[in-house]
Design a protein. Sequence first.
Length: 389
Amino acid sequence: MQPLTVLLLLALAGVFLAWYVTYRRLGATRQQSAGLSRQIEECRGLQKRIETLQSLLKVVHSVLLLVDEDHHVVYSNAAAHRLFEMEVRDIPSTGDSLMAITRHHELDDIVRLTLENESDEGVGYQIVLQGRTYRVQARRVTIGGKPHVALVLEDISELQRLGRARRDMVANISHELRTPITSIRLLTDTLQRGALSDPRRGPKLLQKIVTEVEFLEQMAQELLDLSMIESGRVEIRLVPVELAGIIREAVGHFSEQAARKDVTIEGLAPPHLMVLADPDQVGRVLNNLLHNAIKFTPPGGIIEVSVALEGEWVCVAVSDTGPGIPEEERERIFERFYRGDRARQGSGTGLGLAIAKHIVEGHGGKIWAEQASPSGGARICFTLPTASL
């Protein structure tokens, strides 16, 4: 073989070898590129999931904390920032200790107990933070091969308040029912023992039974009305209506009752003042307030219904010259069955002001109690929205 031919063959073999090595490297590069593309897509997917979870955690009302084995907070949501007044940072990790953030040794003890318990089952606790009650769920989790504790704090103060209110209501209803039922029982026993044939005592005892039955009927109806109002089953139809007409009708309804007790009712309302209201429901509020005012105003006293325009709202006030309402009881009188100062106690179901409050709030207004004058007396005020013709 000629030397030139050998050189050409060697050169050709070198070129082929270089091409083969380059081809193999190109194939490996393509595989790496495909792997990197997959990793990039996976990272994008994970980033999207992280952003979605972070968006959801921002609107979660429960407080979420993730604590590592050294009791350092590695994650906290917006609710935790608000509760513990934490500095909001660009990254969720804080790195501060749980005690430094919360200043609450019970939470630190919960984390310690959860870390010592190797079970992954969550444990429930109840603690008080800043005057409010929280239900704490603690669960041990493993992240990156190391133990962590996930804490969820749920504010249950309102649930506890509602539970107490329900128990108080049941107790109050039982108490309020016991009195008329006992009275009816005693009256019927008296009649059975011969008073029914007594022409003087018999009719009086029967009339007392009728009075007690009417009281029970009123209580049952007001309980039903209050339940329907609170559940939204009573429709409030807001229409433009002249306020003076509603006041005039309410005052006229109680004129005879006030005259029998020697009490004067004065109703003052600007003519043509229009409010956006349900006339029947507003009339019911005024009836409740006037009924209470007559009940607690002594003979010779004065009850005044006044109206004041305050921007887009009309304030209606019912004032009396009775014993007044102690300042510490002025918010509680709107609770169901609440009985305050003995001087202002009397017959009634104790539901009228609770019903009035729900009706006024259904109109978007407010209702409150205050002192009528420096010399005493009570004033119940409520607001209604104005309406233009």
